[in-house]
Design a protein around this ligand. Sequence first.
Ligand code: GAP
Length: 468
Amino acid sequence: MTKVKKKEEVNQVMENIVSLSKRRGFIFQGSEIYGGLAGTWDYGPLGVALKNNIKSLWWKRFVENKDDMYGVDASILMNPRTWEASGHVSGFADPLVECKKCKAKHRFDQLAGVSSEKTEKGISWKMSADTICPSCGADGAKNLSEPSAFNMMFQTSVGANKDSSSISYLRPETAQGMFVNFKNILDTFHPHLPFGLAQIGKAFRNEIAPRDFLFRSREFEQMEIEYFVKPTEWKDTFESFVREMKLFMRDIGLNMEKVHELEVPDGERAHYSKRTIDFEFDFPFGRKELYGLAYRTDFDLKQHSEFSKVDLSYYDEETKERFLPHCIEPSFGLDRTVLAILTDAYTEDNLGGETRTYLRLAPSVAPYKVAVFPLLKNKPALVEKAKEIYKNIKNELAKVGIQGVTFDDNGNIGKRYRRQDEIGTPYCVTIDFDTIEKGAGVTLRNRDTGEQERVGEGELVESILKKI
Ligand code: GAP
């Protein structure tokens, strides 16, 4: 009974977040006017701003602030040999079952009561008495087919010929775009080990069961690093990325009590990894993978050397040795980051006797840091002064590289506060009659407490900068 209630509560929270995201212009269902396309989401203006803030904090921390990092932006379409070398053509598959009764297809490993065992022939799957078809409730043992391997790569054809020679794939991870450019970076920048490549971009997976809003979609963005080291030096680098990944989660304001490290055991790691830590996050629907950190050894460079017949080794001038560097890979899902931030920030409270919903976003990621209003929109003197103050804050913040100042005169002041609270704007500046008649400064309102303080016009920018 309690389990059912909990599920309903979770659904309600997720529904509220999806609905706020749509109502306020963060995220819409993909191709909504045609009834949508499962597993796709479109970002609106505030979603784009939130995503850009996350990307820019990531790029600053992992690329701009480093001397040993090289940014790339590789093509989504790659030579199909890439995916043979990486192991994706033969092994990037989920177990698919079909219900004989209702014909629904499911990802077998996500059904209740299903367990797996690694055998010499591959993975062997078992179901229990709890396993049923989630669509029609039919008994799993009697109605579900044997699981078959369903490759998750989206296939397409390149050029006018539509035969087997034209087959290509939309990349399922950004990582391979970096491995195939390893030699280009070596030849053009001549870096010494250790050094890394970084990339932010789209990835595509034909997920059998996209679900939980942005959590599992078919088109999403990744932010990945392939960091190359001497084989003996992987352990220290791995540990230092554990620390840096946590610092990044702090940069974006995630509640670190909801973040958990999971040492992925032998037998459960991806084929290329000798050690993996998953950073899991307490989403409303459970504790799930947010990011991964993997020690990929020299697997990828070795495979690409073999398949491309191009030497991808590194020559160490000090030791006069030639070898394949080993690779540490921190991998971040951007849309999962957006979801973690939204679910973490979504708050309902009681302010001044009224229930309100607001997003407790960190100023570093909030689409708007400051909203500026005239108390009344039909008093030209108030509007003129508010516009002047708005422009001044916008210019001054831009000088120190901060974007996200907005002017709002829609509806009454109460409605504006509620709207800005709902989109997570940390501070609101209101220009009232005391501002223009007595030179008494403006009110600066704090989103989380609803408290307002009077701040002199001359101190306003400094006061905002201190707070954000
Ligand atoms: N290059 C390694 C790699 O791609 P992964 O664990 O398959 O590893 C990395 O994916 C990250 O990408 C995940 O931790 C997650 O944040 C994100 N991700 C993976 N599949 C996703 C999906 N279907 N929808 C949204 N994000 C996804």
